[in-house]
Design a protein around this ligand. Structure first.
Ligand code: FES
Ligand code: FES
Length: 166
């Protein structure tokens, strides 16, 4: 049986061009997790409320459970796997800050938190408390009470010129 609406979807994911034969109505989160095996992007609420599935599309944070493949055709998509330090395989300064400041417990929200922080610091390298709260308002954490997360964002902002470059 032929697939309805199926055709070649392409986008740049973590710096590499990807071409997939998928239904254009496939959600981006399913493209990432099921077709590209990028399971660092998490799924929880599936209705845009928790931020666990957050990725960057052309530099902007987007909940990948809410966007269809056709809506990001040709875009540049960055997932948590696409962030790293100066060398491939090393921690990105934001990830390092989360480790050092206890910005996670179970870790389920952490990929989304790190992606949201990347977007925040790209726009506001030295964010105010209000900008941090606004920047992370779409990301929920059931474990940490947010204290460690806020400290991690502040620590990462100290090296935000570096984080922007990666
Ligand atoms: S799983 Fe996408 S916002 Fe919660
Ligand atoms: S560390 Fe568990 S949900 Fe945030």
């Amino acid at each position: 049986m032929s697939k309805p609406l199926g055709n070649i979807w392409s986008a740049v994911v973590n710096g590499e061009e990807k071409r997939l034969d998928i239904a254009q109505t496939t959600r981006l989160v399913d493209v990432l997790r099921s077709h590209l095996n990028l399971t660092g992007t998490k799924v929880s609420c599936e209705v845009g409320r928790c931020g666990a599935c957050m990725v960057l599309i052309d530099g902007e944070p987007v909940n990948s459970c809410l966007i269809m493949a056709y809506q990001c055709e040709g875009s540049e998509i960055t997932t948590i796997e696409g962030l790293h330090g100066e060398q491939e395989g090393s921690l990105h300064p934001i990830q390092q800050a989360f480790v050092e400041e206890g910005g996670f417990q179970c870790g389920y929200c952490t990929p989304g938190m790190v992606i949201a922080t990347k977007a925040l610091l790209d726009h506001h390298p030295q964010p105010t408390q209000e900008q941090i709260e606004t920047g992370l308002c779409g990301n929920l954490c059931r474990c940490t009470g947010y204290g460690g997360i806020i400290r991690a964002v502040c620590k990462a902002s100290e090296s935000s010129e570096e984080t922007k470059a990666i």
